[in-house]
Design a protein. Structure first.
Length: 428
């Protein structure tokens, strides 16, 4: 018997919603779908249930319930703590340690680590890597190529992968202490450009980080995420994260850092949580550069303009159609090739730090001088990866890894600040 189904577009048309709103309901699980020939389909029965759900106001009630639960579990905000989730910011001047940090005995693990941008930065700060974890196969290949410590490739939510991770960490430590658990937990549900449904299941993955912290009991916790997290529910999401870590013994401080302040040729902002269970002051790295001293796009990639094609160096320029190349050349710096796009196909400025580097469904950044998009190596340079850091996998997978990474020089600055907090660097 034939079962009537509707496409996402048809649901949007029948409800008067935009495609973006319908997809949010799919992501949150409020609109049930099935996959037919790799496309989402909604049965008539599920559509009728969804329509009744909306008409009865159940969605608004659900959002309010989530908001109320965040308020109940979050500390009350005072008049002077709304900027940083109830926490103050303490700045460590790391300039004198920057060029040649000594080797530290402090150890770290990196969860949701991707290709290892944060890991590389922590390593550059003198810290010792113990283990990385992510589910992305090509990122695993890249991580294994560029680091000597092991990598666990798999979904952190499965008991077998979690056990493998714990066993690997303890074997690597061999009785030593773990100092830092770092986690750039997936943030699609928090992104200012992505799905902002509060109870999107992806938003709860930071709880997996909390579970691992409870098990491994490091001295410090380092969490990084997109800037948009700070505005979720008027700051209540941030406050709940701080409260959740406090419940397991970690006092957190949080602020937003700009990578350009730490010699990265890119104005990329990330929200950084640092916490410890030792009663120490949590320090964030004091900005090292004034805006007029920022490293520019031209300084970072200018020498690659005449560089030959080199797959082993991740430098394979895209050859566009003649009309496309002409449009790229005519696109002003700081503007996008396509109207309606704020980030994808955006042209980097030559005499200023790059706009945010990202791989956005094929829409990568435009070269400021040449009629093409950036190569993987040029993107890696703008992310502050050293040239000997080589990315594995096909070109499109390399771009995803680079676009999702934490700039290593930002990670280096954070690592030095944590070492400073722990007394591993002199305060005089």
């Amino acid at each position: 018997m034939y079962n009537e189904t509707y496409s996402i577009s048809q649901v949007a048309q029948m409800t008067g919603m935009t495609l973006k709103v319908v997809r949010r309901f799919v992501a949150s699980g409020e609109l049930k779908t099935t996959k037919i020939n790799n496309c989402y389909a909604v049965s008539k029965e599920d559509f009728d249930s969804f329509k009744e759900y909306i008409e009865n106001g159940a969605h608004e009630k659900r959002v309010q319930e989530v908001a109320d639960s965040f308020k109940q579990s979050s500390p009350a905000a005072s008049s002077d703590d709304t900027e940083n989730g109830g926490s103050s910011v303490n700045w460590a001047d790391i300039q004198r340690f920057w060029d040649h940090p000594n080797k530290s005995k402090m150890t770290y693990v990196d969860l949701f680590c991707g290709a290892g941008g944060l890991s590389k930065g922590l390593e550059m700060s003198g810290l010792e890597g113990v283990c990385g974890l992510d589910w992305f196969n090509e990122a695993c290949m890249t991580y294994n190529r560029n680091f000597s410590h092991p990598f666990v490739n798999g979904d952190i939510k499965t008991p077998e992968n979690k056990k493998l991770f714990y066993d690997t960490v303890r074997n690597q430590l061999n009785g030593r202490h773990l100092d830092i658990v770092a986690g750039g937990f997936p943030c699609q549900g928090f992104s200012m450009a992505g799905n902002r449904i509060v109870d999107d299941p992806r938003n709860s993955l930071y709880k997996e980080l909390i579970e691992i912290v409870k098990e491994l009991q490091p001295d410090f916790v380092l969490c990084e995420n997109v800037k948009g997290l700070r505005t979720m529910l008027g700051g209540l999401v941030e406050k709940k994260i701080i409260a959740d870590f406090k419940e397991i013994g970690y006092e957190m401080n949080v602020t937003t850092l700009c990578a350009a302040d730490y010699y990265t040729p890119q104005k990329r902002e990330r929200v950084i949580f640092i916490g410890n269970r030792k009663g120490l002051t949590n320090y964030h790295p004091k900005p090292m550069l004034l805006p007029q001293d920022y490293v520019t796009t031209g300084q970072a990639i200018g020498d690659l303009i005449d560089h030959p094609v080199d797959p082993g160096f991740n430098h394979v320029p895209t050859v566009h159609r003649e009309d496309m190349a002409k449009r790229i050349l005519e696109t002003p710096e700081g503007a996008s090739l396509y109207k309606g796009y704020s980030d994808a196909w955006k042209k980097c400025p030559w005499d200023a730090p790059s706009c945010t580097i990202k791989e956005n469904h094929g829409g990568v950044n435009l070269h400021p001088k040449l009629p093409r998009v950036l190569t993987a190596r040029e993107m890696a340079r703008l992310q502050s990866f050293p040239d000997d850091f080589i990315f594995e996998g096909p070109k499109n997978k390399q771009l995803v890894q680079i676009g999702n990474a934490v700039p290593p020089l930002l990670g280096k600055a954070i690592g030095l600040a944590i070492r400073y907090s722990n007394g591993d660097l002199p305060k005089d």
